[in-house]
Write a new protein. Structure first.
Length: 238
């Protein structure tokens, strides 16, 4: 099994996972990345051909959080105009009981992106099986993706062809989570590379100031409405 001369890459973004990692590593308080630009940057440095970018995220309903709902609606619309395949699910908020070291119990409301990571995992495996990629470049540090990596290796062995799965993540000297998904190739990127790939539009500025004031602290749970399903045969990148 030989590596193709120019490997075909499909980039898979876990939008919320990447945002929280970037916030921890670089301090940004809202999702200001341009997924397609970031994927292109990492691929070009390795001589890979990016054939598709796919983006997955949970988003709050309009009634739950108008500010972040509208933010993501604008940002995802921009992505789709760039031919990025977008998949989103509503974030469901549930109340959980948290036990403190003092013995006290507090009730907090947390968001649940149920289904987003499963959809991404299914698409990675499906596209590898259908020979639509040579490299699955995942922008996630979710260790649940380790099982996906094992499936990719099994597909490569069964089909007797070269397939790679790589995990891309932000790295900073002071960050504790400087590691990718187990059983994948790790590709770290620093703040300089990330800053070359920022979205030029700040969608927060397009939202009414009063709505912004009513929203949560930036970055607390950025979260849209959007495409109900993905088409695995979406046209490739230009």
């Amino acid at each position: 099994m030989y590596e193709p001369e120019v490997p075909r890459v499909v980039a898979f973004f876990d939008g919320q996972n990447l945002f929280h990692a970037v916030r921890e590593a670089f301090g940004y308080t809202y999702p200001n990345y341009d997924p397609r630009a970031l994927a292109l940057r990492l691929c070009s440095a390795r001589g890979w051909k990016l054939v598709q970018t796919r983006f997955y995220t949970g988003v709050p309903d309009l009634a739950d959080n108008p500010f972040w709902h509208k933010f993501w609606a604008k940002k995802l619309l921009h992505m789709r105009r760039q031919s990025v395949a977008v998949y989103s699910r509503s974030i469901r908020y549930v109340r959980k009981e948290i036990s403190c070291p003092s013995g006290e119990t507090h009730s907090v409301v947390v968001g649940d992106e149920k289904g987003v990571d499963v959809r991404m995992a299914i698409d990675i495996i499906s596209m590898a099986y259908k020979n639509k990629l040579d490299v699955a470049l995942i922008f996630s540090q979710d260790q649940d993706m380790t099982e996906v990596a094992m499936e990719i290796r099994a597909i490569a062995q069964d089909q007797r062809r070269w397939i790679k799965i790589a995990s891309a993540y932000p790295a900073a000297p002071e960050r504790r989570g400087n590691r990718g998904v187990d059983r994948t190739d790790w590709i770290s990127f620093d703040k300089m590379i990330y800053d070359e790939c920022l979205d030029s539009t700040d969608y927060r500025a397009e939202i009414n100031a009063s709505e912004a004031e009513a929203g949560p602290e930036p970055g607390s749970a950025p979260g849209p409405e959007i495409d109900p399903a993905l088409d695995l045969d979406t046209d490739a990148e230009d």
